[in-house]
Design a protein around this ligand. Structure first.
Ligand SMILES: [Zn+2]
Ligand SMILES: [Zn+2]
Length: 176
């Protein structure tokens, strides 16, 4: 667990990131206010954010009307928390916005504007959950079809079904 008072260095522009208190979600986020406007979330912070969209507004207000420097988004970044190389990954099932993810500590870095794009993918929370439900159902169908093929081949045992359930629970937990 990283020390929450530690000053992080922005992985995109090298400026020191500032701790910003987000009252709605009761957490401190690291935001590159003096450089590129990037935001770093640790694993727990990003999940917390996902649950209520009002707290995204609070972050967007902090970033509003500020001039940030441009950065090259194609460069591979190192995680500001643990130093591992980060990997570009889609932020949701819509596959529209790619963010930097650290597979070692679970940290995520969003460039300026990406949070807004994630926010704009769905007009309402209901749209988002409907889309997720559709996605989950098709995922379950694909997994069950694969299991059926294993059954025909005589390869299935109880652990096959458990594997499908585990994957589904993981998707529900992460909403992705
Ligand atoms: Zn920066
Ligand atoms: Zn990391």
């Amino acid at each position: 667990m990283r020390d929450s008072n530690e000053v992080l260095i922005c992985p995109a522009c090298g400026h020191e990131m500032q701790k910003v208190y987000i009252a709605n979600s009761e957490l401190y986020l690291d935001i590159c206010l003096q450089g590129c406007g990037g935001i770093f979330f640790d694993n727990r912070e990003f999940e917390k954010l996902d649950e209520q969209s009002e707290n995204i507004d609070e972050i967007l207000n902090i970033l509003d009307n500020k001039n940030f420097i441009n950065v090259d988004q194609t460069v591979q970044r190192s995680c500001p928390s643990c130093g591992s190389l980060m990997v570009k990954n889609f932020a949701s099932i819509k596959h529209e916005v790619e963010i930097d993810c650290c597979y070692i500590c679970g940290g995520k870095f969003l460039d300026n504007g990406e949070l807004m794009k994630i926010r704009e993918q769905y007009k309402t929370e209901q749209d988002r959950s409907e889309d997720f439900n559709k996605y989950l159902l098709s995922f379950i169908k694909t997994e069950m079809d694969a299991l059926e093929i294993e059954r025909i081949k005589g390869e299935t045992n109880r652990s096959g079904l458990k594997r499908v359930f585990d994957k589904c629970f993981e998707k529900i937990r992460k909403k992705f």
